[in-house]
Design a binder for this molecule. Structure first.
Ligand code: AMP
Ligand code: TRP
Length: 328
C-alpha cells in the first residue's frame, strides 16, 4: 500500500497526536508499506503564528518524528511548502468544491470559533489543500486521528468527482485509524485533547516525568459522585494504549474492572499511569536530545525527501493539466 500522512508544525506534539496518528505511521512503515510523511507547514499558516519561530517549529517536528522512530531509509519524509505542485493542484480542486461543502467541516467551525479575528480563506480551504497533498501521490491509505475523517471523506469525493469529469486518475484513499483515534482532554473529557485546551489539558511528548505526574494528578477522573465515568475511561484508555504496546500483558484489565465496580483507587492508578507514560517516552527523549545536537542531519533528511517527492508530484500535476486541456 502507498501510505501518506502529514502533521502541522505548530508547537509541541502531545500523546493524542502520538496515539491517534504517529504510532500508526511507525507501525505501517515497519510493515514495509511505501510510506510518505510530511511536515504540513503550509497548513500551519492558517493559524496565528510567529514567523520568527516557524523554521524552528518545522525542524523540531522533523526531529520529533525521527526520534519517535520514523526512519528515512524506510519512509520518505519531506516538507510540504517545498513541493510547489501541492498548492497548484489545490487551486484546481478549488474549482471542484462548493463553499457549502467546506462550511460543513467541523474542524473549520471549531477553529473559526477559536480564532475569530483570523478566519482566513486558507483556514476555509484547508481540506482542499489536504486533498491535494494526498491525491497528488495517488495514496491508497492515510493514517490519521478521528478528527480528520471528515476531511478524508471530502478527499474521496474530490477524487470521485475528478475521475467522473476528466477520466480515471485518482484512487479513493481510505483513512486508517488506531484503536485510540480520539484521546480526550485531561481537564475536560468531553473535548478532544488539543493544545488549545491549555498546558494542563495535554501531555506533551517532551514533558519530564515530574510534569507528567503533576498533570495526571490534576486530570479529571470520575465526576458527579462517580456517575460520569468519562474522565476515568479516558485515563484507562491511555493506560491500555501504552501498556499494550510496550509489555504485551498489562494490569489494565484489573484497573478496568475496579473502575466498573467503582472501587478504582486513583491514588494508586494515577501515579502508575504517569510512570508508564514517562517510561514509554524515555528512549524518545534521549534520541531527541541527540538529534537536536545535529540539526544538519535532520535538514538533510528533509532535503533528500523533498527531492524524491517533487518529481512524482509534478508528474501528477502535468497529467491533471493535460486532462483539463491546459497543455497547448
Ligand atoms: P494536528 O496536531 O491537528 O496537526 O494533528 C496531527 C494528527 O494527530 C492528526 O492525524 C490528528 O487526527 C491526530 N490527533 C490530534 N489530536 C488528537 C487526539 N486528541 N486524539 C487522537 N488523535 C489526534
Ligand atoms: N490536516 C492534518 C491535521 O491537522 C494535517 C494534514 C495536512 C494531513 N495534509 C494532510 C494529514 C494530508 C493527512 C494527509 O492533522
Amino acid at each position: 500500500m502507498r501510505i501518506l500522512s502529514g502533521i502541522q508544525p505548530s508547537g509541541e506534539l502531545h500523546i493524542g497526536n502520538y496515539l491517534g496518528a504517529i504510532k500508526n505511521w511507525i507501525k505501517l512503515q515497519n510493515e514495509k508499506n511505501e510510506c510518505w510523511f510530511f511536515v504540513a507547514d503550509y497548513h500551519s499558516l492558517t493559524e496565528n503564528y510567529n514567523p520568527k519561530e516557524k523554521s524552528k517549529e518545522i525542524l523540531n517536528l522533523a526531529t520529533d518524528l525521527l526520534a519517535l522512530g520514523l526512519d528515512p531509509k524506510k519512509s520518505t519524509i519531506f516538507q510540504q511548502s517545498q513541493i510547489e505542485s501541492h498548492a497548484n493542484l489545490a487551486w484546481i480542486f478549488n474549482t471542484l468544491v462548493r463553499m457549502s461543502e467546506l462550511e460543513r467541516m467541523t474542524q473549520y467551525k471549531d477553529k473559526a470559533s477559536i480564532q475569530k479575528e483570523n478566519v482566513n480563506i486558507g483556514l476555509f480551504g484547508y481540506p482542499i489543500l489536504m486533498a491535494a497533498d494526498i491525491l497528488i501521490y495517488k495514496a491508497d491509505a492515510v493514517p490519521v486521528g478521528e478528527d480528520q475523517i471528515q476531511h478524508l471523506e471530502l478527499t474521496r469525493d474530490i477524487a470521485h468527482r475528478f475521475n467522473e469529469k476528466f477520466g480515471q486518475t485518482f484512487p479513493e484513499p481510505k483513512s486508517l485509524l488506531t484503536e485510540t483515534p480520539r484521546i480526550m482532554s485531561l481537564l475536560d473529557p468531553t473535548k478532544k485533547m488539543s493544545k488549545s485546551g491549555g498546558e494542563k489539558s495535554y501531555i506533551a511528548l517532551t514533558d519530564f516525568p515530574e510534569i507528567i505526574q503533576e498533570k495526571i494528578k490534576s486530570a479529571v477522573s470520575d465526576t458527579g459522585g462517580g456517575k460520569d465515568k468519562r474522565g476515568g475511561e479516558n485515563l484507562l484508555e491511555i493506560f491500555n494504549a501504552f501498556a499494550e504496546t510496550k509489555n504485551g500483558q498489562s494490569e489494565y484489565s484489573n484497573y478496568k474492572r475496579y473502575h466498573e465496580e467503582g472501587t478504582l483507587k486513583y491514588a494508586e492508578f494515577k501515579p502508575a499511569l504517569a510512570e508508564l507514560i514517562s517510561n514509554y517516552f524515555a528512549d524518545y527523549r534521549a534520541k531527541r536530545a541527540e538529534l537536536l545536537e545535529n540539526p544538519d542531519f535532520v535538514k538533510n533528511v528533509l532535503t533528500e525527501g523533498n527531492k524524491k517527492t517533487s518529481a512524482i508530484a509534478e508528474a501528477t500535476l502535468q497529467e491533471v493539466k493535460q486532462k483539463l486541456g491546459l497543455i497547448i
